[in-house]
Ligand binder design. Structure first.
Ligand SMILES: *Cc1c(COP(=O)(O)O)cnc(C)c1O
Length: 234
């Protein structure tokens, strides 16, 4: 068992927050201009609890059902929890997702935009919304394709009436990530977005260099994932 002192000085969370801060200092970006989404998917609660105890409240999950099972019972205890859906959404889960999450980062097609708009209307609730871009145009990957992104952003806003906060991407796993982050930043700028969700455990500093405002970090914070702790990763 870690006592509170050990927890405060030794947990990877401490050095991670510090690295994010340092990067902001180096880039002369304001403190707090990058926020950390702690990606808790497929992690046992023993790994998550210390991060909660250190005061962190923003978590990312990739499946609606897993998130409800884990976080549902904790919502009363942590009223300032902020939960973000970062995995693919099916339109028949949109109502549940809008009801449960504070943010949905994976809007990438008309059917999802429509079902989120309907769900928000029905529930009288507005989530923070991001459009996911398939930034490397990889055939098997989620996200709106580069060719369609401009049209889709406009349609999401004007046709479906969604208030979009920014763009999200997951670049190809091989090769340098900088060009992909730069491209997402350029697309975001073109549409006047101030928020970019990009950067994971092994590339978040590069993402910050290119203007990330939300970094999504799992394994660097909690260690490697156990697929048995929740459904299969996508
Ligand atoms: C799992 C996941 C992450 C976290 O990945 P790590 O490499 O463990 O930091 C970030 N974003 C998305 C969309 C994910 O599915």
């Amino acid at each position: 068992m870690l006592d509170r002192h050990d927890l405060e000085t030794n947990h990877p969370y401490i050095s991670l927050i510090d690295r994010i801060k340092q990067r902001c200092v180096q880039l002369k970006r304001p403190q707090g201009s990058v926020s950390l989404t702690a990606v808790s998917k497929n992690q046992p609660f023993e790994k998550i609890d210390p991060v909660l105890r250190l005061g962190h409240r923003c978590f990312g999950e990739n499946r609606v059902q897993d998130a409800k099972v884990r976080w549902g019972p904790l919502k009363d205890h942590y009223p300032d929890l902020h939960l973000r859906l970062i995995g693919p959404l099916q339109s028949n889960k949109a109502l549940e997702a809008v009801a449960f999450f504070d943010a949905i980062e994976t809007i990438d097609r008309d059917k999802i935009a429509q079902s989120i708009a309907d769900a928000q209307q029905k529930l009288g609730k507005a989530c923070e919304l991001f459009i996911q871009v398939n930034i490397g145009d990889e055939p098997q990957k989620a996200g709106i394709s580069l060719l369609e992104v401009d049209e889709f952003v406009k349609k999401a806003q004007n046709h479906y009436g969604l208030k979009i906060s920014g763009l999200m991407c997951m670049p190809p796993v091989v090769g340098p990530r900088g060009p992909y982050f730069a491209l997402l930043a350029k697309l975001g700028q073109r549409h006047g977005f101030s928020r970019l969700s990009m950067g994971m455990s092994d590339d978040f500093e590069t993402a910050i260099d290119f203007g990330a405002t939300e970094v999504r970090i799992g394994s660097a914070l909690f260690g490697s994932r156990d697929p048995a702790q929740g459904a299969i990763e996508t």
